[in-house]
Design a protein around this ligand. Sequence first.
Ligand code: ZN
Ligand code: ZN
Length: 141
Amino acid sequence: MKQKGQGRILNFSRQREIIYNQVMKYPTHPTAEEVYRSLKNDNPNLSLGTVYRNLNQLSEAGMLLKIPIADGSDRFDGRTDNHYHMICEKCLRVFDVELNCLDSIPQTVIEAEGHRITRVTLNLKGVCRECLSSENNKTEQ
Ligand SMILES: [Zn+2]
Ligand SMILES: [Zn+2]
């Protein structure tokens, strides 16, 4: 993992550490509530507000990625490198999608318009592979 500048290193409280590790453990882009529920049994003192606050601080520090979902709760991602997301409209899971073809957007925009693009975020909506195959199974029966 890339080392961040000194000023950006968060004071790693024990709580923040377990919250961070929990998101890193699950590549499912959990919501704050899901992180909270998965930790609650082992950490009865933890509150949903604490989880939410720590997740936001971790994402502000660049250690987690916050994925705002238009009609749902924010999701959090332990993967902070450049990648995109597809949200399944059936099961509402969020999947990582590699779209290398979009890497040229910042260069294209600066050449065409003169704007400097700092980040390309894109949420795709669709139906995931598993939901598609269970749909197909149903229609075959
Ligand atoms: Zn699905
Ligand atoms: Zn992701």
